[in-house]
Design a protein around this ligand. Structure first.
Ligand code: NAP
Length: 291
């Protein structure tokens, strides 16, 4: 069994990005600039945005944090988004989800300029990705593909079961894994909450990508020997013995499943850090105007 060390790999990718920034500075080129918009005070969202901003500093990017009150109106948020679209100093920005209930996420998503949509959530980028055209790829699926590529894991012709069909993880990774590309060319089954007898699918899978958000959902008796397991899940589970009052759990019962797997990502330290590295990569691509 080999652990897919997302923490180590993300540090390597961030170092490459840092070197690219140093080179840009030496050549008097623009320094990449990422902005993050956060609405309200959700603890997990603040933590995610904080680590994105810190990572920007780590690689030498300029970063701007825009913290808005939870009672901001939809109109005011859209006008803020328009201002970001028109801000030529910015290469990209993200709007941290979830947004408060009175704001329609779809409207906000559509207001983002696709050229600055480094999260890759805008329909224009999603459509381009599905058509195998150059686009911003959502950071989590991008991170998983980069991990498979750098660990030289051959997924071609293998049966991949993706659990979860969200627009930001399950659906895009199912598309990417099936594309005529390297990594890619997998035969993909996309499972969700209406899937019957899910264990019958997972027991036959060569690769399982789990993105459903139920702690330790995937157990050892649901997988075959030699399976490749990518655990996207991040759930805070209350634990009073821990100083923070909670611990982070993935979708996979790691201790038992790792014994049967050929490769596995840990949680934390797997897909999570890769997501942040690929957000930085998208921002650098935007600055370089690769597409
Ligand atoms: P989501 O939007 O809540 O989607 C969950 C998906 O799981 C849905 O498609 C749902 O099916 C499916 N599902 C729920 N219960 C199921 C069951 N019992 N059996 C099979 N499928 C089931 O979640 P998400 O945004 O994709 O996130 C999933 C997990 O990944 C969360 O823990 C999240 O925190 C984590 N995450 C991690 C990263 C990272 O960087 N590592 C990034 C993003 C998300 P239906 O469609 O039928 O409802």
């Amino acid at each position: 069994m080999e652990i897919l060390d997302g923490k180590k790999l993300s540090e390597q990718i961030k170092e490459e990005i840092k070197q690219a920034v140093i080179l840009r500075k030496e050549n008097q080129k623009k320094i990449p600039h990422l902005a993050a918009v956060i609405v309200g005070n959700d603890g997990a969202s603040l933590t995610y945005v904080g680590s994105k901003v810190r990572s920007c500093e780590q690689v030498g990017f300029k970063s701007t944090l825009i913290h808005l009150e939870s009672k901001i109106t939809e109109e005011a948020l859209i006008s803020k988004i328009r201002a970001l679209n028109n801000d030529d100093t910015l290469d990209g920005y993200i709007v941290q989800l979830p947004l408060p209930q009175h704001i329609d996420e779809e409207k906000i998503l559509l207001a983002v300029d696709p050229k600055k949509d480094v999260d890759g959530f805008h329909p224009s980028n999603f459509g381009r990705m599905a058509l195998e055209m150059d686009s911003f790829i959502p950071a989590t699926p991008f991170g998983i593909m980069e991990m498979l590529r750098r660990y030289k894991i051959d997924v071609s012709g293998k049966h991949c079961v993706v659990i979860g069909r969200s627009h930001i993880v399950g659906r895009p990774i199912s598309i990417l894994m099936s594309q005529k590309n390297n990594p890619g060319n997998a035969t993909v089954t996309l499972a969700h909450s209406r899937t019957k007898d899910i264990e019958k699918l997972t027991q036959k899978a060569d690769i399982i990508i789990s993105a459903l958000g139920i702690p330790e959902f995937l157990k050892a008796d649901m997988v075959k020997d030699g399976v490749i397991v990518i655990d996207v899940g991040i759930t805070r589970v209350l634990d009073e013995s821990h100083p923070k009052g909670y611990i982070i759990k993935g979708d996979v019962a790691y201790d038992e499943v790792s014994k049967k797997s050929s490769y596995i990502t840990p949680v934390p330290g797997g897909v999570g850090p890769m997501t942040i590295a690929m957000l930085l990569q998208n921002t650098l691509l935007s600055c370089e105007r690769k597409f």
